[in-house]
Ligand binder design. Structure first.
Ligand SMILES: [Zn+2]
Length: 516
């Protein structure tokens, strides 16, 4: 073969391959991505949004007056940014509202010590300041209760063991994933299906459930309960009164409870050690909580950029707007809401007219059990496994949900959630984002947040791989705006906007786990 013929043959040989590659490569809209990057990286408003939510709105417990005020703000803000069909949408007949109004705790004897803490959600107040002797009741079994009968009247109970504090915990550097770490994440496969579970141990008849313990303290005439749940040096961790899910956040159960107070570990431990020396401890405590009069529905907030020729198909970006009540929970998940809203703002600012509808969702009820997104999915799309909520027409046309809720760190890639069919799309969309550090695609299926509601219903729902910023741990009283990193959130909003845009523009919806 002469050189000319050789070249021709090579070209002809390559032709089918070239056509194949062209028809199979996901389309990437570089022109719009350039505009998204420019708007999101040069004129970002994400820190202003996050700052307003964290500082001005503050903590947002599901179904609290705080949350209602914040949702009204979110609705107005979405509308002001040009989103349409904005709504505060009830998802669940929840219970009564609960808000913390005032808290103060001091050790008076044997030495004065102002103490840091906060009441658990859905507990009552103290009806004014109480000055009480403190007593240790570290009991984990029913059989242990008898020893305290008749001994708790008029006292404050220290109900949990003292907490060991790791002195190194204060000194955790921001530890971003290296290329090597990301490679390991990519190469960590989900592993074989779980082996059949070991049969559970027979129920222990002596096991004392937390709500039974609290009922005993109340019946014995104790007036307040202190506990220490861990967390970190200087930080208080606490959630809701035990039993709230069973009694459905009811007014009666809330008012029937004792005030239960989570205390900073150092302050709790100090009281505990003094009492162990048989030296009396006297405390002064005052709690005022606002408990709603009647049951109400909890809500999500949604708004959208309506689609054009494929407008009945939907792409959703979102995060949970509800938080625990002791801090604004800047990292959990205020930052995620700011990123999702900023992604929508960017798309509006660049004049994006998506083919599919791009919706922003601020979920409620995530911290109590991922309720807001789950109910939303059932109501709007349905679930083939749920006979009460069979798939609706919107189910077939739905494309994908993208979530941020693993802290406030930068997106470094995305988990496929067991959906290998999405790999090629995501790899193509990630390519123009490589310089933002967004490179990894993992086969893993992480859980514990709102994308799971979509995944459970058989719809594509995804959570990003995020750098871990150690101090910004949610669920504590020390999760504020200060630890949010502007560059991380700016990048995240750009990536969220690019994924939403690409999913909205693609000829096909994001494929599902089982191709049909
Ligand atoms: Zn969260």
């Amino acid at each position: 073969m002469n050189a000319r013929r050789k070249a021709l043959a090579a070209a002809l040989g390559a032709l089918p391959l070239l056509l194949f590659a062209q028809s199979e490569s996901p389309k990437v809209d570089y022109a719009t991505i350039a505009k998204i990057r420019e708007e999101g990286l040069q004129r970002s408003q994400v820190m202003d949004l996050a700052g307003y939510m964290a500082d001005v709105l503050g903590p947002r417990l599901t179904l609290s007056e705080d949350m209602k005020r914040a949702q009204a703000w979110a609705k107005d803000k979405m509308a002001a940014l040009g989103l349409e069909n904005v709504a505060v949408e009830p998802f669940m007949d929840y219970g009564v509202s609960w808000d913390m109004e005032f808290f103060s705790l001091h050790m008076l004897e044997p030495d004065y010590q102002p103490m840091v803490g906060f009441p658990l959600a859905h507990t009552p107040g103290t009806n004014g300041p109480l000055t009480l002797p403190a007593v240790i009741v570290d009991v984990q079994a029913k059989s242990g209760l008898a020893a305290f009968k008749g001994k708790l009247k008029g006292q404050a109970v220290l109900a949990s063991p003292p907490l060991a504090i790791d002195p190194n915990a204060l000194n955790q550097p921001v530890n971003r994933y290296t290329d090597e770490d990301l490679r390991k994440i990519e190469e960590t496969l989900p592993g074989p299906p779980r082996r059949p579970a070991i049969p559970p141990a027979p129920p222990n008849p002596d096991l004392l459930r937390p709500e039974e313990k609290m009922a005993f303290f109340k019946a014995e005439g104790a007036l307040a309960v202190f506990q220490c749940e861990g967390g970190r040096p200087g930080a208080v961790r606490g959630f809701a009164r035990p039993g709230t899910r069973d009694d459905k956040w009811s007014r009666e159960a809330t008012l029937a409870s004792l005030p239960i107070i989570a205390v900073n570990p150092e302050h709790y431990n100090r009281m505990y050690r003094i009492l162990r020396r048989s030296i009396p401890v006297k405390v002064r405590v005052e709690v005022r909580n606002r408990v709603g009069e009647k049951n109400e529905w909890a809500s999500n907030v949604v708004g959208e950029i309506p689609g054009t020729d494929l407008k009945d198909g939907v792409v959703i970006v979102g995060a949970h707007f509800d938080t625990w009540h002791a801090s604004p929970n800047a990292s959990d998940d205020t930052a995620g809401c700011a990123v999702a809203l900023e992604a929508a703002r960017i798309l509006k600012a660049v004049g994006a007219k998506p083919r599919r509808t791009i919706r922003v969702a601020f979920w409620g009820g995530e911290e109590q059990g991922i309720f807001g997104s789950r109910e939303y999915v059932l109501r709007h799309f349905g679930d083939p496994k749920d006979p009460k909520n069979p798939p609706k027409p919107a189910y077939e046309k739905f494309s994908a949900y993208f979530n941020q809720d693993y802290g406030a760190g930068a997106f470094r890639g995305i988990h496929l959630q067991g959906n290998e069919h999405a790999r090629r799309l995501f790899a193509a969309w990630a390519e123009p984002l490589r310089d933002l550090g967004f490179t990894a695609i993992s086969a893993q299926s992480p859980g514990s947040t709102d994308h799971v509601s979509f995944d459970r219903a058989g719809l594509p729902g995804f959570q990003f791989i995020q750098d871990r910023i150690p101090w910004t741990a949610g669920h504590m009283n020390l999760d504020f705006f200060d630890t949010l990193q502007a560059e991380d959130l700016m990048k995240n909003a750009v990536i969220m906007a690019v994924f939403a845009w690409q999913a909205a523009q693609d000829e096909e919806r994001v494929p599902r786990k089982t191709l049909k």
